[in-house]
Design a protein around this ligand. Structure first.
Ligand SMILES: [Zn+2]
Length: 335
């Protein structure tokens, strides 16, 4: 994920050929993490120092997206567990890094990381650019250890909702707990907060984290009535949950995101039993030689699944353009 290069193989080119008639020429990536591994001490300890800013992102993503005429993004800082210690200075440094990247192109927007102890005043003081359009929370910057079972309020402070509501901002949420949106604790939190803060928009990342597709398939309808709850399709590599969100929420509340740099790895997230499994390079190495499998980048797997969902939902070119660009313009450009 944090390697220096994202190698595009012949197999990925094969995927891009399949995608070429599907991908529009204007793309807004609503979920992309630019990164500096020096700011990720827990994740990248002992690994070579790599920085991927806007130039690196564009160089790597343009070929995968069939060289769109416009490629803009919502820059989301990469969270690291060390940031849970607010005094370590990493969140401030992460703000500085993201704002530096934001300054390079006025077509882009960004989000800032939130910590559970942040006050509304502290968050507002960090909104130093009108192109800071939201907040990113993550379970590893939260009150619970281990964090995989944490309720959302443990890592998404109410202060973020208050400021997002006041300023019309978004919150990108990658929820945890095994059953994701099918978990009643997660669902009741989302409903209550979306109603309490109607001017904030909640983006449920990864199809409401439906890597286990049943969680999205069986729950999408439960959030359809909440106008300010959207989903992004980043990272997910299977079409059933995507199809269901398109159908139940409507394409107008769905966004595309790459989850860069996750999309740079080779593999696929698959539903397995009631849970999910990330197939990575080491699993693929076991397959090699046994079958003639094509190994795609996660980014290619994601886009192929998106294409499949649009085919199943019988959505045409205009819907594809809304999904990849116009919806994001509507959401991130609003004042
Ligand atoms: Zn992400």
């Amino acid at each position: 994920m944090f390697s220096d290069k994202m190698p595009l193989l012949e197999s990925d080119r094969e995927a891009v050929t399949i995608l070429s008639s599907f991908l529009p020429d204007k793309i807004f990536d609503s979920h992309a993490h630019l990164f500096d591994t020096a700011l990720l001490p827990e994740l990248c300890k002992g690994k070579p120092h790599v920085v991927k800013g806007l130039e690196g992102y564009r160089e790597e993503m343009a070929p995968l997206l069939n060289f769109p005429r416009t490629l803009s993004l919502n820059i989301i800082p990469f969270p690291d567990g060390a940031m849970v210690d607010r005094t370590c200075g990493l969140i401030e440094k992460s703000d500085a890094f993201v704002l530096g990247e934001l300054a390079k192109d006025e077509g882009n927007v960004c989000e800032l990381l939130v910590h559970p102890d942040d006050t509304p005043e502290e968050l507002e003081a960090r909104l130093v650019s009108p192109r800071i359009r939201g907040f990113k929370c993550y379970h590893n910057i939260g009150r619970t250890r281990p964090s995989w079972n944490a309720p959302i309020g443990d890592y998404l402070p109410e202060s973020a909702w208050q400021v997002a509501d006041k300023k019309g901002l978004v919150i990108t949420l990658h929820m945890v707990r095994d059953d994701a949106l099918a978990d009643p604790i997660n669902l009741s939190y989302i409903e209550a907060m979306a109603k309490r803060y109607p001017n904030a928009t909640l983006i449920l990342a990864h199809c409401a984290r439906a890597f286990a597709s049943w969680t999205g398939v069986e729950s999408a309808h439960k959030i359809a009535h909440l106008d300010n709850v959207w989903v992004d399709f980043s990272g997910v590599c299977e079409s059933p949950a995507m199809f269901q969100f398109l159908k139940k929420l409507g394409v107008e509340k769905c966004l595309w995101g790459s989850d860069y740099p996750v999309c740079r790895s080779r593999g696929k997230a698959i539903s397995l039993g009631r849970a999910f499994y990330w197939i990575y390079q080491n699993d693929l190495d076991n397959f090699t030689g046994k079958t003639a499998l094509s190994h795609y980048l996660i980014g290619a797997e994601n886009l192929l699944a998106v294409r499949q969902a649009f085919i199943m939902a019988e959505l045409g070119e205009a819907a594809v353009e809304d999904f990849f660009y116009n919806n994001a313009m509507r959401l991130f450009r609003q004042k």
